[in-house]
Design a protein around this ligand. Structure first.
Ligand code: KMH
Ligand code: ZN
Length: 313
């Protein structure tokens, strides 16, 4: 079963991502300083894992530039014990080479690994805004109706080998649909993915499975069937489904992910002021329900990570 044997719930926080744009919220961290500050505060609030993307400090555009990552990674490492998890998804506009540049340089304990090629439609977000802080934002969002988020079997194998086998990085296996669990099972069969592996089930991205409770059940049942006790389960849901799905997942024995990458809100129609505010909220809910939050050290044990002293930043 996916239930953490420790009984502890790991909170991941995804600090900025590449879905939202600066117009949508003043709280979205852009500069290395903002990303570091919000990541550190999220860790202090209870996040054991920090999922990180970089943005161009000039205009907030997602960037794969390792030099930008290196302006916040050491600061986060010095100020917190939290597990640093660097995206290999980047944004849908980046090549695989670009997406791998910072992870290969930083050799972090964790990286995201998107488990299938898919549509990734963020264009509906553009309809909510009439003026924009930067010229790139609207075409970036609208163009996602004709982009393919590429994660072929060959791409996934390359990431598992170059980051996993060569540098001991372990993965947040991002599964946006039931089929992605079967893609993961293929790599488990090939022994390129070894227990205990971390499955991040994602609900509510246009192009992936919808945020409906029946799908949450089906996702977990399928993962249980495919992986038995070989996996640790975590859940994120986009937008207004973030907190209800995280809560529901935790009651089913899962771990949770929050953060401004996945939702800009803290309540109905109310923008969050920070990532830490979302971490504090889910922590409060979980503790009220009798759950205990995993420390970074406990998360390392649960996920068999190499340790914060084994990274290259
Ligand atoms: N934005 C999330 C839905 C990645 O960074 O690899 C997926 C994600 C992708 O976190
Ligand atoms: Zn991400």
């Amino acid at each position: 079963m996916a239930t953490a044997k420790s009984g502890k719930v790991i909170i991941s926080c995804a600090i900025t991502g590449s879905i939202h744009t600066p117009t949508m919220s003043d709280a979205l961290p852009i500069t290395p300083d903002e990303i570091a500050t919000q990541a550190i505060e999220a860790a202090e609030a209870g996040a054991a894992i920090l999922h990180l993307h970089a943005r161009d400090p000039k205009d907030g555009r997602p960037t794969p530039d390792p030099a930008v990552y290196m302006r916040f990674l050491p600061r986060i490492k010095q100020a917190t014990d939290a597990v640093v998890n660097i995206t290999t998804g980047g944004s849908v506009h980046m090549s695989l080479e670009e997406r791998l540049a910072a992870p290969l340089l930083a050799k972090p304990e964790m990286c995201s690994l998107n488990m299938g090629t898919m549509n990734f439609g963020i264009f509906p977000l553009a309809d909510h805004y009439t003026s924009w802080k930067h010229d790139w934002e609207q075409p970036y969002l609208r163009g996602s109706d004709d982009f393919i988020f590429r994660n072929t079997f060959r791409d996934i194998e390359r990431i598992l080998k170059t980051l996993g086998e060569e540098h001991g990085t372990r993965f947040e296996h991002e599964c946006y649909d039931i089929g992605h669990l079967y893609n993961l099972a293929h790599f488990v069969d090939k022994k390129l993915v070894k227990p205990p592996f971390f499955v991040q089930s994602i609900f509510g991205i246009l192009g992936g499975i919808g945020a409906e409770p029946q799908n949450l059940m089906f996702m977990k049942e399928t993962a249980d069937r495919l992986f038995g006790d070989g996996y640790r389960w975590s859940v994120l849901a986009a937008g207004r489904f973030q907190m209800p799905f995280a809560t529901h997942a935790a009651t089913m024995g899962g771990n949770v992910r929050v953060g401004l990458e996945d939702s800009l809100f803290i309540g109905r129609g109310q923008l969050a002021v920070s990532n830490a505010q979302q971490v504090s909220k889910i922590r409060r809910i979980l503790e009220e329900l009798g759950h205990t939050i995993a420390t970074p050290g406990e998360a390392r044990d649960i996920l068999a990570l190499k340790g914060g002293d084994q990274v290259a930043f």
